[in-house]
Design a protein around this ligand. Structure first.
Ligand SMILES: [Zn+2]
Length: 332
């Protein structure tokens, strides 16, 4: 049993702890609008209308104050308008001029919210779900997703250390033999403790695999692990002698030897996450748009520890070229 004074003590500690949490959170609501690990409530509070979104874009686009889009000179806001006027050449522009946001009829806060949702949903989100969440048409939601996905691109870099490689096939049904032809092969390459690359290919053979690996794996790699498939043969490549296999046919999934844990479980788990996205969120992924879905998944996966993922995706969007609707929908 607690006596009265101890109860008081516990109560004081509770209040002190609560106050500390409130005070610690307080600075998050001021200053830089793009603080780490934004949650949905903070997102709505900070970017719930176009005025706030404009201000946030200004901070992101011009951290040192607005710069003229023609001469890069300093610019001054025009009173009562969203426009800036260049101090030197008097060119007038807004924060969205020459960005993907410019010719859009969609409210800026919907762009912010959709980008946030795509960053936060681990398995992706369907256009149908976004249509309901944002209160827009299916076409608008679908087009919006594709433009955000396109901005989710990473700089090219090669994987090293211990690398696992495997392939999967997306789409089609097994009932109809012809539909197998519609299966789209995807090669997955994952550096243990590091990045993931998904590469779609029209068809797979040894040469194609070797070409993909040469583009995605650094020659300094320690070891490449695959299953026993004949697709993986590095004897005539710079990776000769660095190849270890597990034999899935004889139900070997992990093998220890020579100080190594030989397995392809890490790349297989990345594939299963993507497949859950296809089954649970996107439902259907066309061969034509497959690379952009893969891009979205790897962007999120490779940024899983990035506390600034939302901000970084907004920065990519600001720098991204527009993607015309007719370009997206034309036949592959
Ligand atoms: Zn100027």
């Amino acid at each position: 049993m607690l006596d009265d004074s101890r109860m008081e003590n516990v109560f004081d500690q509770f209040i002190a702890g609560h106050l500390r949490r409130v005070l610690l959170c307080f600075p998050l609501f001021h200053g830089d609008p793009m603080t780490p690990n934004v949650n949905l409530c903070q997102l709505i509070e900070r970017f719930g209308n176009d005025e706030k979104c404009r201000k946030a874009l200004e901070t992101l686009r011009w951290p040192d104050g607005p710069k003229c889009l023609r001469c890069n000179g300093d610019a001054t806001p025009v009173k009562d308008r969203d426009t800036f006027d260049c101090d030197s050449c008097h060119y007038q522009f807004t924060v969205t001029t020459a960005t993907i946001f410019h010719d859009t009829h969609l409210d800026l806060w919907k762009w912010f919210l959709c980008t946030y949702l795509l960053c936060e949903s681990r398995k992706g989100m369907s256009a149908n779900q976004l249509k309901r969440t944002l209160g827009v048409s299916y076409k608008t939601a679908w087009y919006l997703c594709h433009r955000i996905r396109k901005a989710m691109t990473e700089a090219d870099h090669k994987l090293s250390g211990t690398v696992e490689i495997d392939e999967m096939y997306i789409g089609g049904h097994t009932k109809n033999a012809d539909k197998w032809k519609k299966h789209a092969p995807v090669v997955g390459i994952r550096e243990r403790g590091g990045h993931l690359h998904f590469i779609s290919a029209a068809n797979l053979n040894q040469d194609k695999i070797n070409e993909i690996i040469a583009r995605n794996v650094d020659k300094s790699v320690d070891v490449i692990m695959t299953d026993e498939s004949r697709l993986y043969n590095f004897n005539a490549t710079k990776f000769q002698g660095k190849h270890k296999t597990v034999n899935h046919k004889s139900e070997e999934y992990v093998r220890y030897g020579g100080g190594l844990c030989v397995t392809t479980n890490a790349i297989k788990s990345a594939f299963s996450l993507f497949k859950r996205g296809v089954v649970g969120a996107w439902h259907k992924v066309s061969v034509k748009h497959l690379p952009t879905y893969l891009q979205e998944m790897t962007w999120r996966f490779n940024n899983r520890k990035n506390q600034y993922l939302f901000r970084d995706t907004m920065l990519r969007l600001l720098a991204s070229d527009n993607l015309e609707y007719k370009e997206l929908t034309k036949a592959a």
